[in-house]
Design a protein around this ligand. Sequence first.
Ligand code: MIG
Length: 665
Amino acid sequence: MIYRYAFGQPYDTDAVVLDVPPSEGAVPHLDVAVGEKGQDAVRFSFSMDPEDILFGLGETVRGQNKRGHRYVSWASDIPNHTENLQSLYAAHNLLLVFGKNRLFGLYLDDPGRVTWDLGWTRRDRAEIVSENGDLNLYILEGDSLKAIAREFRQLTGRSYIPPRWAFGYIQSRWGYAGEAEAREVIREHRKRHIPLDGLCLDIDYMDDFKNFTWREKAFPNLQGFLEDARKDHVHLIPIIDAGIRQEEGYAAYDSGKARQAFCTREGGEDFLAAVWPGMCCFPDFMNRDARQWFGEQYRPLLEAGFEGFWNDMNEPALFYTEQSLDRAFATAREQMKHPEDYEGMWFLNAAFNGMANNPEDYRSFWHRMDDGRRVRHDRVHNLYGAFMTRATAEGFRAFDPDRRFLLFSRSSFIGAHRNGGVWMGDNHSWWSHLKLAFHMLPNLNLCGFLFCGCDLGGFGCDTTEDLLERFLQLGVFLPLMRNHSALHTREQEIYRFSIWETMRDTLTVRYALIPYLYSEFVKAAEEDGMLFRPLAFDYPEDARAVHTEDQLMLGGECMIAPVFDQNAAGRYVYLPEDMLLLRFRSAEDYDEIPLEQGDHYVELQLGEFPLFVKRHAFIPLSPGAEYTDALDDAAFRTPGWDAEGAKYELLREDREMLGIEWKKE
Ligand code: MIG
């Protein structure tokens, strides 16, 4: 059952696809307080029992259970994902409340700032505040967590499905200087038989970081390079940023300007802010014409043969504006008048550190919404990245409605899950970030983002061999399996490390699993299900399972439980039912150990990682390949315990169902 309650004048956020008539009477489950006129907040609250669990909020810090922290929905370019943070790059306003005596979901379709105090002020109280007060509130009821999750996806629409090659291993790095270096990365993988399907091109490929341009010196023969890469079964995946450099004579700027496609200040002049290309205009993705114009900019690249892109800096990230720079300098001039006042130094620091992504800047530009309303940016801030994804996907569809393209974005809002995937932004080469990525998976899935992944090995800081290996072991199961790292950090391609053969062996497991993973992924998308689920979704009656934070259900048959700690040679695992432990070293080399329901310590040396398969079921393991083009949906091995009579329906990329039967080995 879905209830809808409108407050103020809700925006058209493109998040919801079902037409739910407004409900009468009081909002169930929540106390509602509407602020005084002119004081535009709406406040929802509810009390919590000690054992209540909260799932949701998609891309956020901390655990699977979101209780005990205060989160703020405000898309932010924040490079340091420490646990005190309230916001990351996205805003996913869905929460499921799961307790002994109740079960419901609430979703705020609100593109502005929303604060979620989830037992932070008081352990027994949740309070959610919409700053805009213009929103649709949806209450979801159902018999189970799974049922509510499905209901939510029926409300917000089917998840994006990428082409199958996007499940291949993707190598990426900020700083590949040009074609020669990119070719060498591909060559090194192929030479050592390290599987590879994609290579990301970061901003370095552009001419002065300008979208839709190429640095000719670095890529003298783009078409030739692209074709050679494809012959090598590698897809090149360029980055596109949100900002368009203000420069007459630059085609994207000129055409955008002519189409009035950029955001403006209150008086109508272009809003300008510095990002990588210098002073930029910002496409008004809220506007249909502007979206269409932006989508068209991809066309030459699609015609050239590119089949995948990643969209960045779309919170939007602003380094500074002339105004924020002025404000900082004004503070500095003030300080110079009172050099003896050392306390002023703190204001000085704050002024300069606060130049980027400054709230006042977000209040100083305007959108022309599709419905004709002119709206100040901060009111709809959280939509910006999602609507960039929408513009891009619409451009792809206009180019070829029948083809699947790869697309993943940094910023997102619910609704964007129909058009693309996400990566989790600038994590670090920290062990804690392995776990953070793990925790985000089920909550992102809940919000519709099935196609997701993190920067394997960590983006910021220098990785270590064992950390990369453990990241890859998680990556084996992530839809987006991408190794990405920042400029100036330790080189992070697999072949740079002394244990590269161990890492390669880990990747062989990925390729053996791709037919199964893709099949489970597509089924989850088409059945409005989740690929990754907290154990509570499958074992709601099992008190141990519902409070387990470091294991996840995967697809219909499996459970995963990665090693999260450096130098650990194993870990404890709780099995909610009998399962077969597959302890992988490679696709060819693995142990099969039947384990009964209950607690187990599983030994896992550095090159080893587990996959648990439910008793009476099995998974199809393909012979694997070095790239997805060569994967063959035949000759599956069928590891399973007591799986007599079991069958698996493999959904192939061509939509054919292939029935696979268990065979005893
Ligand atoms: O300000 O394009 O999250 O993946 O490598 C940094 C350079 C801009 C941030 C992205 C990251 C990417 C980087 N970008």
